[in-house]
Design a protein around this ligand. Sequence first.
Ligand code: AMP
Length: 289
Amino acid sequence: MQIFNTIKGISGFLENYRCVNPDKKVAFVPTMGFLHEGHLSLFRKAKETGDLVVVSIFVNPIQFNNKEDYEKYPVNTEKDISLAEHEGVDVCFLPGVQEIYGDQTSDLIQLRYPDLMNRLCGKTRPGHFEGVLLIVHNLFTWIKPHYAVFGCKDYQQLILIQRMTRDLHLDVEIIAMPIIREKDGLAMSSRNARLSPENRKDATVLSQSLLAIRDAWKKNPDIRVKDLKGIYEKYLGSLRVDYAGIYHPHTLDDLPEDAIVTQGLAAVAAYCGEVRLIDNMFMGGNCGG
Ligand code: AMP
């Protein structure tokens, strides 16, 4: 596996690759590292889809609205490199903050979708999605992938990236992959490493609440949104909940309380101790389509 720390290094290498191999496809997976099976599933999809797999590992400071969350974000670069290598990743982009932003991590150009960004995670994480879109846009510009693979775990992020790609006519096909979970249902996340044993036990209620909602809807597709939302309370009572709702999967609007669900996204964000976790599940349709 080739490792590059500079934009010039990786973009030069890939320019040459595309020139020498005009028919080959580059598949890209952006990550913030501390890799787990969720990330590895994206690497495998990239390997299946493209000829050259490029992975980036960069903890992007401008997408953290909370300084402590950034400072405590888990890092294990050596292990990440060995996991990526083991999955057959061809190229790893591992830049430092200085390389990406120089001395400027504020007052940056912003890509915004006010409606989509002001919902769910955007409500309590000001600037988060602007930071995500800027780094993903820039990575696409430097790497020029044919395909980019993202997880449905960060569903709001995924649909924002799909919109940006479409609106800016970026020549990248976005591939969405399902959420990989621990045996007890907890969605895998790098942040899970920060959970105390007690908080780790409590964290299973996120996926349990979503499963219970989906089961209730499967059993009775005429059930009203308000009754589905009532199920959250049974599970999330002990946690500090950021949001827990049933949303339209494209607009992320709250579905009306009296509606029945033909297509809906049950999504939740809650704190287990000081760690904020997110999860989601589809009713009707799926994350990719
Ligand atoms: P992150 O390193 O958290 O920024 O995530 C990098 C990519 O991995 C994003 O596209 C995430 O949606 C995806 N991802 C994170 N956790 C999971 C998971 N449990 N299952 C599938 N994809 C995931």
